[in-house]
Design a binder for this molecule. Structure first.
Ligand code: MSP
Length: 503
């Protein structure tokens, strides 16, 4: 049986339409899932929507809708976004799914049995936008004296009866776990942040609310709904069969990686493992906290600034291959980075259309035209072998080594190095001049080029799955000594659609 691999994204709040940050995380997790499948791993990949809580209740109220109605409508937009991005999830989970409610209530009972829950009264700051509690000393002051969370969102003073989780009892165990498992929180900058936070000491956490009812009821306390983060985090175990167990549970838990944004690492690397320890469930192997996509000039994207990019618009304008490639190529997963339409067009034209696409198109067109479409064998001159070795090294070593740790940018750079080497080889060998003078050498050169196409295509397939499939299908028409079909360009050249972003 293949080695299992379980990967998740964060589940998004469907209080509005998806934005490019959601697309980024989904595509990154998908590229990793595809990379693992290609390695022969048995992958379970889950994404979905986080539908309860005050933020959803308020968004619905503002729109004059019921929360369930808003959640259903917006959740389907997230699902469509994933489908349009070719995100190959195995389950799209919604926290309103019936099996999830049962899982969260079970989790609660386990934490209660452990003696970790007690009834009290919460008095403190709460950010609805972050669905998070903050201490006074974490806050800053914004315009008009409005207190702001470290994420820059408004907080409000909240007083209500609440169940508490004895988070304070878990600080040392969490620190010991992080120490013993250096890969538990990645990249390292995030791990350091979490360690600093833990070293500051933990307070008990309010885990239920009584001032609204859009959530999972607390067993035995029906005027309480669970804190939305306890509810949401539990999705990761619901999706593989908690609490009943079964085949998926045995195979996929503990999860290999929760891929989440840097803003929510604390929930995943502190609260979630503490909840699991309390409930007696094994911890996930890794939390990877990726950076954020920013608007040009390093500006945060936000609805109020009107600079949020709609992923569907990018798909409509530039197509799924270009958009996926740009997202993973442009910004290192471990840091923040700016994106723009102009940047997308420039990158994709230079690297996919003019370099890789052109290599495939030129090589296969020459085979089609000059060799009746019959794929020749690779040559064995020194320069032929050197080229094949450069391609092998990039595709079998450098790119996979980088992808192992979400280094998509570095992996693609190594791959591009091999693509550039192929194009330099074409220019140096000039096979079109050999047709009359040395047709055998022409066949060797074209054969060498053909031998680079499959490995280069397979290596980049997790990033651009559709185009890769088409290239491999074209090559496959030439198997068994058959002539290949007439090649058509795999990556069309793009034109900038929006004038604004060109400015
Ligand atoms: N619902 C919570 C997550 C619960 S997980 C148990 C949430 N939702 S969210 O919709 O606000 O964000 C979903 C994911 O998108 C998060 O990982 C977040 O970091 C990510 N991103 C939101 N904006 C982003 C960018 N601008 N850039 C990259 N990722 C971004 O948080």
């Amino acid at each position: 049986m293949a080695d299992p691999y379980y990967i998740t994204t964060a589940i998004s709040y469907p209080n509005g339409a998806p934005h490019i940050g959601h697309a980024y995380e989904a595509v990154a997790a998908d590229a990793m899932a595809r990379f693992r499948r290609a390695q022969g791993r048995d992958v379970f990949f889950m994404t979905g929507t986080d539908e309860h809580g005050l933020k959803m209740a308020q968004a619905a109220r503002d729109k004059g809708m019921e929360p369930a109605e808003l959640a259903a409508e917006m959740s389907s937009m997230f699902k469509v976004m994933c489908d349009n991005l070719q995100v190959s999830y195995d389950r799209f989970i919604r926290t309103t799914d019936p099996d999830h409610k049962a899982a969260v209530q079970h989790m609660w009972k386990k934490m209660e049995e452990r003696g970790d829950l007690y009834l009290g009264r919460y008095e403190g700051w709460y950010s609805v936008r972050d669905e998070a509690y903050y201490d006074e000393d974490e806050l800053t002051e914004g315009e008009g004296g409005q207190k702001l969370s470290p994420q820059g969102t408004p907080v409000e003073w909240t007083v209500e009866e609440s169940w508490f989780f004895k988070l304070s009892a878990y600080g040392d165990r969490l620190l010991a776990h992080i120490e013993a498992n250096p890969d538990f929180i990645q990249p390292e900058s995030r791990r350091n942040e979490v360690v600093r936070f833990l070293e500051g000491g933990l307070k008990d956490l309010s885990v239920s609310r009584t001032s609204f009812d859009w959530g999972v009821p607390v067993p035995g306390s029906n005027n309480h709904v669970m804190y939305v983060w306890l509810d949401a985090l539990t999705n990761y175990v619901t999706g593989v069969g908690y609490p009943d167990g079964g085949e998926n549970w045995d195979r996929y838990w503990p999860c290999d990686v929760h891929l989440v944004g840097k803003d929510i690492v604390r929930f995943h690397a502190v609260y979630w493992p503490a909840f699991l320890m309390s409930a007696g469930v094994e911890l996930p192997r890794q939390i990877y906290g990726h950076g954020h996509l920013l608007a040009p000039g390093g500006v945060k994207m936000s609805k109020s600034l009107g600079n949020v990019v709609d992923p569907q618009l990018m798909l409509d304008r530039y197509g799924v291959e270009a958009f996926r490639y740009y997202l993973l190529r442009e910004v290192k997963m471990s840091s923040d980075g700016s994106v723009s339409e102009e940047g997308l067009v420039t990158r994709v034209n230079a690297e996919l259309a003019n370099s890789f696409g052109n290599l495939v198109q030129r090589s296969l067109s020459m085979v089609h035209k000059n060799l009746d479409g019959i794929l020749p064998a690779a040559g064995s001159a020194d320069q032929d072998k050197a080229l094949l070795e450069a391609v092998r090294k990039a595709c079998e070593e450098e790119l996979p080594n980088a992808f192992e740790t979400f280094g998509f940018t570095a992996g693609i750079e190594a791959w591009l190095g091999a693509v550039y080497a192929c194009n330099a080889y074409i220019d140096a060998e000039a096979p079109w001049t050999l047709k009359k003078t040395d047709p055998d050498r022409m066949a060797d050169v074209l054969g060498t080029l053909v031998a680079t196409i499959a490995p280069l295509t397979k290596a980049v397939a997790p990033i651009v799955p559709g185009a890769s499939e088409r290239i491999l299908a074209l090559l496959a028409t030439g198997e068994g000594g058959n002539p290949i079909d007439k090649p058509t360009p795999a990556f069309p050249r793009l034109e900038l659609a929006s004038e604004e972003s060109a400015a």
